[in-house]
Design a protein around this ligand. Structure first.
Ligand SMILES: [Ca+2]
Ligand SMILES: [Ca+2]
Length: 147
């Protein structure tokens, strides 16, 4: 896997306090290169960290500065089925709609992030694995492809 110094992947597991039932968030910051075909690819593992078995994965994406023409989207792929969300406005505080993808107690999900046109883009993704009783549970991420 090539490493590009202009790109950074920052994983933060912190107490951000958003939502009423999900106390721990995971934030991912990344960038997509100039090519319109650039895609970043991650794998998220949802598992029981002692809190309880995975019920579902929640994900959204925010298209952050610079404000450029491409629209940024995220896809969650599980069992060969993909769901998609797009951030409609670049550079504002709003995110894409939240994707909720149910899975097994120990589930791997694939995340892909792409854009509609050429130009550098940066994004922030929130992702978390949640039990069926709405508790944040074990969440790991691995970078597969960084373009
Ligand atoms: Ca942007
Ligand atoms: Ca936005």
């Amino acid at each position: 896997m090539k490493y590009q110094s202009a790109k950074q992947l920052v994983l933060i597991a912190g107490l951000l306090g958003f939502g009423q039932t999900v106390a721990f968030a995971h934030d991912l910051s990344g960038s997509l290169g100039v090519a319109s075909s650039a895609v970043d690819y991650y794998q998220v593992h949802c598992y029981d960290d002692g809190t309880g078995p995975n019920g579902y994965l929640e994900v959204d994406i925010s298209d952050i500065a610079p404000i450029n023409a491409p629209k940024l989207s995220i896809q969650v792929i599980k069992d060969n089925t993909a769901t998609n969300a797009t951030d409609p406005i670049d550079g504002d505080a709003g995110h894409s709609p939240t994707l909720t993808v149910y899975g097994s107690a120990d589930q791997y999900y694939q995340l892909t992030i792409d854009k509609t046109a050429a130009g550098i883009e940066n994004y922030a993704v929130e992702y978390h694995c949640v039990t069926n009783t709405n508790q944040h549970t074990g969440t790991d991420i691995q970078t597969i492809t960084d373009q």
